[in-house]
Write a protein that binds this ligand. Structure first.
Ligand code: SAH
Length: 352
């Protein structure tokens, strides 16, 4: 069965033409799918025989909200979506005064191995399909009854490790007949996969590139991010400068503040030096405690910020949302996995 929601409007048009249908049919179906139709039966402007034929050849992905946690502090909603094959992924919906932002996952798990991150603890299970990325935006919107104005690809997974599919997702989510979210309202975050950054630069998309830097020197960065052994800090900065020269777009550097690891004044000085020459913006993130990690949140966030400011680098401190609902990357999925394991273990005990 073909995954119909991963098809672009143009591909659907071709496929429907191939079935002897008029050209507008593809667009009609695209519109139904991206409004959240869960079966071909609902598509009332298609003939019954066509609906029947489509349901023989195509499947429509529909995730199940396995959990939904609403923050009592700020209204952030965290979803744990169960996919058709039983795998689970997380999506977070955050409300800001300028609109609602949905943070979506690009893979089930992650193989990048960042030492402070919960998403990567059990490795990568599989890549998401484009439809499964669309579904996170679509069903979060429908379930929450809130309009979505911005998307950040900052959930579970490394977008550059599934880039072809991420690019397909961007085409789909951009479509005026679909969710119609413009590139300027989309951010893509990478742990620093240089060939991916170069590929994006070539495409010249209007999206915002975020680079999860977390350390300005290779020694520290290799300690906390294995990707640094493949593409070290200097190669990464060269790619960022190339990206800026090619696209003229400002890069956002993510920097999770870890106690005694990456929060010294010397590191702030080095960071400022490496950004010089492009209009980079630094986003300081108070480290979220991850049960599996040895790292602790820094107590020098403000000092680090003013040290950067003294070099003319603007840094903002990310407002922490959903602090009461395990809202940071991978935590809810980890928790659900641990609970499932505990259930299996206790059932095993009961049986013996
Ligand atoms: N793989 C991509 C996108 C997912 S992670 C990337 O690395 O950019 C989204 C952001 O959350 C990244 O900047 C990541 O480094 C950061 N992050 C992961 N674990 C964190 C934690 N425990 N505390 C604070 N930020 C964390």
């Amino acid at each position: 069965m073909t995954d119909i929601k991963s098809m672009t409007s143009a591909e659907l048009t071709d496929a429907l033409r191939g079935m002897g249908e008029p050209a507008f049919r593809g667009k009609q179906i695209f519109t139904w799918l991206h409004r959240g139709a869960t079966s071909f039966e609902e598509m009332s402007n298609l003939s019954k025989p066509l609906r029947a034929r489509l349901s023989e050849e195509y499947e429509i992905t529909v995730p199940r909200a396995a959990r939904r946690q609403v923050s009592q502090l700020d209204g952030t909603i965290k979803y744990l979506w169960e996919l058709a094959d039983g795998n689970c992924i997380e999506t977070v919906l955050m409300s800001y005064h300028h609109g609602n932002t949905v943070c979506i996952s690009s893979q089930v798990g992650c193989r990048m191995g960042c030492r402070f991150c919960a998403s990567t603890v059990a490795g990568r299970v599989r890549d998401l399909r484009a439809s499964e990325m669309i579904d996170q935006v679509l069903f979060t919107k429908l379930d929450s009854d809130r309009e979505i104005s911005n998307i950040v690809l900052m959930g579970i997974g490394e977008p550059m490790d599934n880039l072809d599919t991420v690019l397909r997702f961007l085409t789909l989510v951009n479509d005026p007949d679909g969710l119609n979210i413009g590139m300027r309202h989309i951010s893509l975050s990478t742990c620093g996969v240089v060939p991916g950054i170069d590929r994006l630069a070539e495409l010249g998309l209007q999206l915002t590139l975020s680079v999860s830097l977390h350390a300005p020197d290779s020694e520290t960065r290799s300690r906390i991010m294995p990707v640094n052994n493949a593409y070290d800090v200097d190669e990464l900065f060269e790619a960022c400068h190339r990206y800026f020269r090619k696209t003229g777009r400002r890069i956002s550097f993510e920097y999770a503040m870890i106690d005694g690891v990456n929060d010294s004044d010397a590191q702030a000085d080095l960071l400022a030096k490496k950004i010089r020459g492009m209009p980079g913006h630094v986003n300081l993130i108070p480290l979220n405690n991850v049960v599996e990690s040895e790292f602790k949140p820094s107590r020098r966030v403000a000092a680090f910020q003013s040290r950067l400011a003294s070099h003319g680098i603007t840094a903002t401190v990310r407002r922490s949302l959903g602090g009461d609902i395990d809202a940071s990357c991978g935590q809810l999925r980890r928790k659900a996995m641990a609970e499932a394991q505990a259930r299996v273990a206790s059932e095993g005990r009961k049986r013996t």
